[in-house]
Structures are given as structure tokens and as C-alpha cells.
Design a protein around this ligand. Structure first.
Ligand SMILES: [Zn+2]
Length: 115
């Protein structure tokens, strides 16, 4: 049951990625170019290859039931490492992550996800 849910989320997040354009050349990503690295609770980490210019893009996305997915691109390798090393999230880390997400500007989904 968990596996099925995760597969659904993987498909969802890959489809979500196809709505994002490469920051270098503007090409849209394709599902085949998206690689799911893993996730911590509702936060997913992905890498995507631009099919046109082959620039690698690191992406974090938050998918919550009943919420518009939030996507954060342009993570640095260090930031990604930090997230990947989090085995268990403490309350503080969760709060940090929320602050991090709130501080991300220009995210259209914030319009819909404000409490
Ligand atoms: Zn590109």
C-alpha cells in the first residue's frame, strides 16, 4: 500500500517536472529526463537533465494531499547533500524547512497554499 502510494507520487512529481523549463535554455523537461532521488516525508528530491542542453538541475518538491505542489529548483549540491543526510527529521528541522519554503520567492503555488 505504501509502495503503491509512492509510485503514484513519483508519477505525479515526474509529471509536475514536465511543466518546468530549463533555467539555461528554456526547454521543458521530459518525464524520461527526471530522476527521483528520494524523499523525506512530503519533500521529494529530484535531478533532471535538460533534453536540449543537458544541464543538470536539482529540484526539491513538496507534495501534500489536497495542496498545490511546491517546487524548488536550483538547489546546490551542498543543499541536496544536507537533505539527503537527514535520516530523521527533528521538529526543528521541519520548522527550518518550512521557513526555507516560505522564503522561496516567486512560487505561484504560494498563492493557493497560504493558511
Ligand atoms: Zn536546457
Amino acid at each position: 500500500m505504501i509502495l503503491k502510494a509512492e509510485l503514484m507520487e513519483e508519477n505525479l512529481i515526474k509529471r509536475l517536472m514536465t511543466s518546468i523549463r530549463c533555467g539555461v535554455c528554456g526547454q521543458r523537461y521530459e518525464v524520461d529526463n527526471v530522476n527521483v532521488l528520494g524523499h523525506q516525508e512530503d519533500m521529494w528530491f529530484l535531478s533532471a537533465f535538460c533534453p536540449a542542453c543537458h544541464t543538470r538541475c536539482l529540484v526539491a518538491a513538496v507534495i501534500k494531499e489536497g495542496r498545490v505542489p511546491e517546487v524548488i529548483t536550483d538547489l546546490t549540491e551542498a543543499e541536496l547533500d544536507k537533505f539527503k543526510k537527514m535520516d530523521k527529521l527533528t521538529a526543528n528541522e521541519v520548522l527550518d524547512m518550512h521557513d526555507f519554503l516560505k522564503g522561496f520567492g516567486g512560487d505561484f503555488s504560494q498563492l493557493f497554499s497560504q493558511k
